[in-house]
Design a protein around this ligand. Structure first.
Ligand code: NAP
Length: 684
């Protein structure tokens, strides 16, 4: 029976006999996939006309809240996903990476969206750029949601994580997704999408699913759409030159093949923790998901002097891996996803064997637990040794997408770096070394060719997330063969679905567009102290101008006595005179911001609940005894935390002296109640 797609607000059974999906262990048919009969222009139109507007109505915080609710729902029902996941060949450990890893990514984006994005629709990129002498003409970069669809084409190996790690940033960006899972494991993605749709947590049109081929969808893409692809370099190369992608300059993000290296540092001799950690990691990377991981270690680079020890340790560790039915007790590695994948891996192995000898594992003869070698797509861990890595080609270029890794010995660190770079762009590399200067040299040598580099030593090993785990806050992607794309990386991953625009105009115009008051804009007199105004009534530009006060020697000495800060520039006229910046005694910078608070606060109980920090603090000009300072405090940015009953307000703050020169500049960050607070009895 054909799996259903979810398009245009309905579940759709593709016409005709679809492509079969089989249980990786038993070979039994699970379902078929066909998208025949789907109107792909209508799918895109549904995303653009229904999903996009609904998402763009919401602020970043509201979208983040949807993701949090979605994450909770999926976590509550995940056991159903584990059960089906076994059919992909995944062990429980593999399922945790895919399913819990995916749900964790949704929570990570929910958290980042709530903390790092404003409760608004526009995201400002950097500060205001002054473009004129008089200050009446300025520039600001900002991001808005693109008004098309995010087309997500996923690989078979992580049917849940692969879908969610792309979906979460798109939703946060306000862009609806059309998900096309790889056919081999589409049944698991379909189950998760079905549960998401049933939950009605996401607005209609923000998530559609296509099981089977994408038909003529690419023909209907336009400049507002984004394609994010994960799969082979071969498919990526075909899709990125589609005439519509080129004609409309549709952003095409690609995560493709990668031959990833792990380097054992020259310091990490047998017996050191780093040596043992390296052995463990290489075997783990070979066997997790049966090596079907784009980030898996394919090249293990080891100092020539210890190559024999490394081989012996790896052979011993690999021989302990129990291969079999992933549901069976004690099985560490399940089958590959399909017989086709097995055929492909064995063909790639044959290519590698022209340059490297197989030193562990025999694909024709190995033990299996509770499984049939004929029906299941099994291969054992396969370890190769290449004796001439400089002269070889295939070991640097051919990716066997299974439990396959090649050990190669290097003579010195320069050679190790050169061998890792031979794969012409990779997703991830790791370095096992306790020598930080050696690690720094290797990392900087690898960095131009890698998207992510992990350094493991005895200090961080226990908490390290491992070589092969992409993490929501860090970028996932890599140059060259790895596809040249980037995903995740926290808010960076959200911005891929948004358009950056440089806006120029007067400060007041930029304030109105960006939703953040910029210097040079009108100062408003609210007619009362701004600290007495509840969040909802505060307007950008509401300003307090304080009275002034003199800064005296007594102030400086009392502040020094109170805090213990007796730095010579504050305390000794003679020493301060020798200081080329000051040429005489100056007030403490921290005294100035404290004195400024004394000038601007309203002392009575009121809507301002607390101050949670200062941003962008700069001491611009020294203040000397006898100078007179005053403060301007302007409401510059507001972000509502509706569920908490308050909003964050950033106050643009400037301290000036008697000559109207700025002496300090900063943002005061406060939490302001949404409720008007009645004055205390006896106050007016
Ligand atoms: P693939 O054959 O390139 O397929 C990837 C995706 O592209 C699948 O969803 C596939 O759908 C779809 N696809 C194929 N032809 C298409 C077309 N003409 N138009 C639209 N979509 C098309 O890759 P795979 O064999 O499934 O995956 C294994 C490869 O992916 C490995 O090489 C691995 O390195 C790479 N990978 C990379 C990453 C990464 O993050 N860099 C992650 C995982 C895997 P069907 O399944 O329906 O053909």
């Amino acid at each position: 029976m054909n799996l259903q797609s979810y398009v245009g607000g309905h579940w759709h059974s593709g016409r005709g006999q679809g492509v079969a999906m089989r249980d990786a262990t038993t070979g039994e048919e699970i379902a078929t996939a066909s998208s025949a009969g789907i109107d792909f222009a209508a799918v895109l139109a549904h995303a653009r006309d229904v999903g996009g507007p609904a998402l763009r109505e919401l602020t970043f915080h509201q979208r983040a809240a949807l993701l949090r609710t979605l994450g909770k729902r999926l976590a509550d029902i995940k056991s159903e996903f584990y059960t089906l996941s076994y059919r992909t060949g995944a062990t429980m450990n593999d399922a945790l990476i895919d399913i819990d890893g995916g749900i964790g990514t949704v929570f990570a984006f929910a958290g980042k969206g709530a903390r790092e994005l404003p409760n608004a629709h526009v995201y400002l990129d950097g500060g205001v750029e002054g473009l004129s002498k008089g200050g009446s003409f300025v520039g600001q970069h900002l991001y808005v949601s693109r008004e098309g669809a995010a087309v997500h084409i996923n690989a078979f190996n992580f049917p849940v994580w692969g879908m969610l790690e792309k979906l979460a940033p798109a939703i946060l960006a306000g862009v609806p997704a059309i998900v096309k899972p790889a056919t081999a494991t589409a049944y698991l993605t379909e189950l998760v999408v079905r549960r998401i749709i049933e939950s009605k947590i996401l607005p209609e049109g923000s998530l559609q699913l296509v099981c089977g081929s994408l038909g003529d969808l690419f023909d209907h893409l336009n400049c507002q759409d984004t394609v994010s692809f994960t799969g082979s370099a071969h498919t990526a190369a075909r899709l990125r030159v589609h005439p519509t992608i080129i004609r409309h300059a549709v952003p095409f993000i690609a995560e493709t093949d990668s031959l990833n290296s792990s380097i054992l540092g020259a310091d990490a001799a047998p017996g050191t923790p780093e040596f043992d950690l390296f052995i463990k990691e290489v075997v783990r990377e070979m066997t997790v998901k049966a090596g079907q991981k784009c980030t898996a270690i394919r090249k293990a680079l080891v100092p020539a002097a210890v190559a024999g020890d490394v081989m012996a340790a790896l052979q011993a560790a690999a021989s302990k891996i129990v291969v079999g039915d992933p549901r069976a007790e004690g099985v560490r590695m399940g089958p590959l996803v399909s017989q086709e994948q097995r055929t492909d891996v064995l063909a790639r192995l044959a290519e590698l064997q022209r340059e490297a000898e197989l030193v562990a594992g025999n694909p024709r003869k190995f033990d299996l637990k509770d499984a049939d070698a004929e029906r299941g797509a099994f291969v054992p861990p396969l370890l190769l040794l290449c004796r001439q890595p400089q002269a070889a080609r295939a070991i640097h270029e051919v990716e066997a997408f299974g439990p396959v890794a090649t050990v190669m010995a290097y003579a010195d660190t320069t050679e190790a770096i050169a061998l890792a770079r031979r794969s012409a762009g990779s997703l991830a590399a790791s370095v096992f070394s306790a020598d930080d200067s050696l690690a720094a040299r290797i990392v900087l040598g690898l960095a131009p060719y890698h998207g992510r580099i992990l350094v493991v030593n005895r200090t961080c090993a226990k908490e390290s997330t491992g070589h092969g785990s992409p993490l929501a806050p860090l970028i996932h992607g890599g140059p060259g063969r790895a596809g040249g794309g980037e995903e995740m990386g926290g808010i960076r991953g959200v911005l891929h679905y948004m358009q950056r625009t440089a806006v120029q105009g007067s400060p007041d115009t930029i304030t109105a567009i960006g939703g953040r008051w910029v210097r040079g804009s009108r100062l408003l007199d609210p007619g009362r102290h701004p600290f007495r105004i509840p969040f909802s009534e505060l307007k950008l530009g509401d300003t307090l101008k304080s009275k002034d006060r003199e800064v005296t020697v007594a102030d400086i000495e009392q502040f020094a006595a109170l805090t213990g800060d007796n730095f010579y520039a504050h305390m000794s006229e003679t020493e301060a005179k020798r200081n080329p910046l000051f040429g005489g005694r100056v007030a403490h910078g921290y005294f100035l911001i404290s004195a400024a608070a004394g000038l601007f606060v309203d002392p009575d109980y009121g809507p301002v609940l607390g101050n949670y920090g200062l941003d962008e603090l700069r001491f611009v000009k020294p203040v000397k005894p006898g100078d007179r300072i005053k403060v301007r405090l302007t409401c510059a940015a507001k972000s509502l935390r509706a569920e908490k009953g308050w909003g964050e307000v950033a106050w643009d703050t400037e301290i000036t002296n008697q000559n109207e020169e700025t002496v300090a500049s900063y943002q005061v960050l406060t939490m302001v109640s949404t409720q008007a607070v009645p004055d205390s009895p006896g106050k007016n």
